[in-house]
Design a binder for this molecule. Structure first.
Ligand code: SF4
Length: 257
């Protein structure tokens, strides 16, 4: 007989316990002085920062400021720096998003087999390189981040099957990666934030379904809808430059059919 019992969903308490175990194990292996938290000031990053600082309050915190961050994120960063007294470093790319776009084209959803939705040169110059230089300079061995697989089963599979998982050596960048909340669904992240009063980037209050991060990125499936709402002037400018129609122009055409 087939067992039709539905597996119960893990609770907040269980997932916090799992994340704490991952953090403790990683810190025991590398020590807080050779570790850092990579923080984007998004919800998931803030939860990981909150969890890790219980064990290592002075751990280095690195923000990769791509130069195309939402103004809300920068204001939120300033607030957190004031209120959380972080051991903080901000890294910046040597080439701007706009220079990279002129040279390599707009970010798109090409899947390059390694880096998912990022267009390779854009991701490399804006994110990978500044972070790698910082880690090498500070002799960082271990990096915590707020990666979650809740939005995509494919991402979860990729994390576990392609040398990823919650803790692993990322050979291409020469550091260990720890994703303490990899298995957390979005509702558990929300419950943690509420339960522990973690501050949240105001971008989510204005646009609850959107991501924070490069506001000019054209590399995500729903970037048009999101950018048109969050930053309409930039959306119009980008579509004009790309020689493409605006969403409302498509809608007007469809309504005439
Ligand atoms: S999110 Fe988009 S703009 Fe930012 S680094 Fe990745 S591809 Fe480039």
């Amino acid at each position: 007989m087939i067992d039709m019992a539905v597996k119960p969903k893990p609770t907040l308490k269980q997932l916090v316990f799992l994340a704490q175990n991952r953090i403790e194990a990683a810190l025991n292996n590398h020590g807080a002085a050779k570790s850092c938290v990579s923080c984007s000031f998004g919800k998931d990053s803030m939860v990981v920062l909150h969890l890790v600082r219980v064990y290592a309050p002075d751990i280095q915190v690195m923000f990769n400021n791509t130069g195309v961050e939402y103004p809300d994120t920068l204001k939120f960063r300033d607030r957190i720096l004031k209120e959380w007294d972080l051991n903080y470093t901000e890294v910046h790319p040597k080439k701007t998003f706009w220079e990279l776009k002129d040279k390599y084209g707009w970010p798109d959803r090409r899947f390059d087999g390694k880096k998912g939705q990022h267009t390779v040169p854009c991701y490399h110059y804006l994110k990978e390189l500044p972070a790698a230089e910082f880690w090498a300079k500070e002799k960082i061995q271990l990096v915590f981040d707020g990666l979650t697989a809740s939005e995509s089963h494919a991402r979860w599979m990729l994390a576990y099957r392609c040398g990823g998982g919650p803790y692993y050596y990322a050979r291409s960048i020469g550091v260990y990666k720890s994703h303490p909340i990899l298995d957390w669904p979005a509702d558990i992240v929300g419950k943690y934030i509420k339960r522990y009063n973690v501050l949240v980037n105001p971008h989510y209050t204005k646009f609850p379904d959107q991501r924070v991060g490069c506001m000019s990125c054209t590399g995500f499936l729903d970037w048009r809808e999101n950018m048109a709402k969050a930053f309409p002037a930039m959306y119009r400018k980008i579509q004009k430059e790309r020689g493409q129609k605006l969403l409302e122009e498509y809608a007007a055409e469809v309504s005439k059919l």
